[in-house]
Design a protein around this ligand. Structure first.
Ligand code: F6R
Length: 247
């Protein structure tokens, strides 16, 4: 796991945009794994002008996760987030993008179809990840096992608390989600995790100095051959920056 630190978040955002451009330019039909959340909003804001004039007809994307159950067009759905911030601005066709369907009556079948789609496209070339305060990646919450395949999961109390701000009340917030599995994330050819802000400090500390455990799902990334973790000054405040590269 490679670490990159910066006091300037802008440099981290630009680094990710450069990686995405490299994957798009280096492959006629790349499959990119996208993440939602507050962390990635500035990345997508910078990505759109950088690539919108390119021919993106060969590009396909999958998203890490979606609340369950949720109406696809609800403002809080990850589908709505992606549609307004990425798919529409880039003019991507619905056949080019796959977001797990929070409306499905058969979550198991939706998860299997999601796995099959990734296999058919020869795997994910680059997967973007954020990290939860509790060390979750996608919505793989702390648990006693790593769930390898895409699945329906229960959101943890920490995640419900953190994401409640997007909903009117706890009663209107979905308490479950569909998430890409840990094995599926780990099978991506390369992975970039972005951690910004003070709230990510203790998860980062545990990730870097702790052991590999399903209690901290992100810890599995230490076993990935090409995973880069980008860390800003607040998230990296307690870390030894000489363990990585400073940009
Ligand atoms: C989102 C996702 C989550 C978020 C994480 C951090 O698709 O998979 O793991 O990356 O919860 O969320 P933010 O960026 O809002 O702090």
């Amino acid at each position: 796991m490679k670490l990159i630190f910066s006091e300037d978040r802008e440099r981290l955002y630009r680094w990710i945009v450069d990686q995405l451009e490299e994957v798009i330019d280096g492959n006629p039909s790349p499959l990119i794994g996208l993440a939602t959340g507050a962390t990635f909003e500035p990345v997508y804001q910078r990505l759109i002008p950088a690539i919108k004039d390119r021919d993106l007809s060969g590009l396909h994307t999958v998203n890490l996760d979606e609340y369950y159950p949720i109406q696809r067009n609800a403002p809080q759905s990850f589908y709505s987030y992606m549609r307004s911030r990425v798919f529409e601005p880039l003019g991507l066709d619905s056949r080019q993008t796959l977001v797990l369907n929070g409306e499905t009556s058969d979550p198991k079948c939706a998860c299997q179809a999601f796995e099959a789609y990734i296999r058919e496209r020869n795997g994910i070339d680059l997967q973007l990840l954020g990290i939860g305060r509790n060390g979750h990646i996608g919505f793989n919450e702390p648990s006693h096992v790593f769930e390898m395949e895409t699945h329906l999961t229960q959101l943890s109390d920490v995640t419900i608390k953190d994401n409640l701000r997007y909903f009117k009340s706890k009663d209107s917030m979905p308490l479950h989600a569909l998430t890409m599995g840990i094995g599926t994330i780990m099978s991506a050819k390369s992975i970039v995790l972005l951690a910004v802000g003070e709230s990510k400090k203790s998860a980062l500390q545990a990730l870097i100095s702790g052991k590999i455990t399903p209690q901290l799902p992100a810890s599995i990334l230490k076993l990935h051959p090409d995973c880069t973790v980008l860390i800003d000054a607040l998230a990296g405040e307690d870390l030894d920056w000489s363990l990585g590269t400073r940009i």
